[in-house]
Design a protein around this ligand. Sequence first.
Ligand code: SF4
Length: 366
Amino acid sequence: MSKQNLFCKAMSNALSFRIPGESNSLTFNPCCLYDHYIPFHPTLYKKHREIFINSDKEFLPGCSKCELKEKTHGTSHRQFMNRDIPHGIGSDIHKLELVLDTTCNAACIQCGTYQSSLWRNEVANRDKNYQHIQPETQIDSKIDLIQSSVDFSTVKEFHFWGGEPFLTDTHLKFLNRIEDPSDVVIRYTTNGSIFPDENVLKLWEKFKEVKIGISADGIDDRFYYIRWPLKWDKVSRNIIHFRDDTPPNVEYHVNCCAIPLNALYLLELVEWLDVNFSTHTHGLHKGKKINCNFIRGEGTLDIACTPMSLREEIWKTLGEHHPISNVLRELPVKDPHYMLHHLSVWDPVRKLNWRETFPDIVRHFE
Ligand code: SF4
């Protein structure tokens, strides 16, 4: 058993495997927040695992998101991993993140072809030169490849992302390979559009714990704009369904991604959660109140594209010490030109208009 990295246990005890959409290549790194994905090959895998295990003094260049989170007084993924991964397990893999299947029924405005099959289809419908493959046809062989390098018997936490993980049976292909589910936690990041069927709920009962992270970045029309073509009435019904109709070992929270469009409106979602999950109206669900976990939008709709005048309004609305206020204080302002171009291309296709859906921010972009 080789050593454990005590600076960041994710580096020695976690792995994230991903097949980026548009490719059929398996890639890996220590965690979903790490900036770079490395093509999977047994020799490269061995070499990089050594690097990760032995980088125990400071952040690696790929750890910029944890570094920013800690600088802005938030709790970083590194700190959560160091809390959750046990001491004294050497370099055994404790946590496995799986982003193999990007089949998705949403084309969220901050996402793209690398993570959503609907985005790939949307782009292909409009650009006849766009070449893409749907990598999902190769998943079984990739799961075998992962299992040939990782001993599943030491893995105590599996985290499924997508795409939308409840749209396909990819998660079940892993769950069915787990020998002792009673010792294993499973996590999902879902867009909330699909409530799992009876067979999945029955299977979940065998696991130690099931943690569901539901992605929502607003309510009503603002939800629809960002999570197109998903509708808030359906997703909000499912959130309530998760509250009321899942086995007692299921916990859930909402992941809210802050982008320049919704940052000023984040409290609308928080208020909705307060009403629907308040201890006064519904009592605690299995001992836990639902939490909103704020994450930063990057890529085309990077939160850094928020102009300074809008940042000042956000600070007033959310408060000086809100996690997103902290992030906006740290990030240099980025030119929003490319973001606005992206919106102007996709709004007519979707029969939407960001200026009408987010009217209070328009003047900051003129
Ligand atoms: S990004 Fe964070 S959690 Fe991931 S390896 Fe780097 S420090 Fe650890």
